[in-house]
Design a protein around this ligand. Sequence first.
Ligand SMILES: C[S@@+](CC[C@H](N)C(=O)[O-])C[C@H]1O[C@@H](n2cnc3c(N)ncnc32)[C@H](O)[C@@H]1O
Length: 232
Amino acid sequence: MAETFARYDTRGYRTVDVAEGYAAWAPFYDATMDDRLDLPLLSSLSSMDWSAKAAAVDLGCGTGRVGAWLKARSVACVDGVDSSPAMLERASAKGIYRNVVCADVIATGLAAGGYGLAISSFVVCHVSDLAGFYAEAARLIRSSGRIVLVDYHPFMLLKGVPTHFNGPTGEPIAIANVIHLLSDHVEAGRRAGLSLLELRERLVDAEWVRQNPRMASHAGQPISFAMVWARE
Ligand SMILES: C[S@@+](CC[C@H](N)C(=O)[O-])C[C@H]1O[C@@H](n2cnc3c(N)ncnc32)[C@H](O)[C@@H]1O
């Protein structure tokens, strides 16, 4: 599909590109990104033995939220890749990553086969070239490696809710999204020589709404998903 979000937009927020958006969001990203979107999904993956992964690459690592989660699960060393210098600066400051690389996730420049795990959370909803993403992730892992991809659920994008944050004045600002259906992921992964081991979807549940009543309009609906891939 790789459809741009604009035709589904129900919010009408001012929309900026990835570079401008994450440069602006970086100073308060950690305080506003909701861990409920991805960390429970990561914890639920039954096909993953995190501590068995000696080296991981975090594609679109941002400020290092997922890198910190991996380190807490005893992944020995993690490299981070992101195209936003402002996000990477914060990741570096945390001292989590062995190396941080400012690059596009579809062309990282990292050595082939260097990792037991390639992970990416809430990035691919900004990446047009889904095939390029899977090809690069598959290139980076060794033959026994895994790819864990978590992303914003296409249902939310089709419902018209973009990736967004509130700027310093309170103005909601959207960051340009691309819509990939789950079937697009399956197709792109298979073309990259990968097998899908696990797929989980996260719904907005009653507890989440209790903790954050603004989520009530999404109650019972899918907001994120996680996939685990292996090389064939
Ligand atoms: C929502 S943040 C997620 C950051 C981190 N993975 C997390 O879960 O907190 C999306 C990140 O993806 C990065 N990004 C988006 N498109 C990218 C691309 N094509 N190449 C590299 N990084 C990209 C952005 O700069 C941003 O840091």
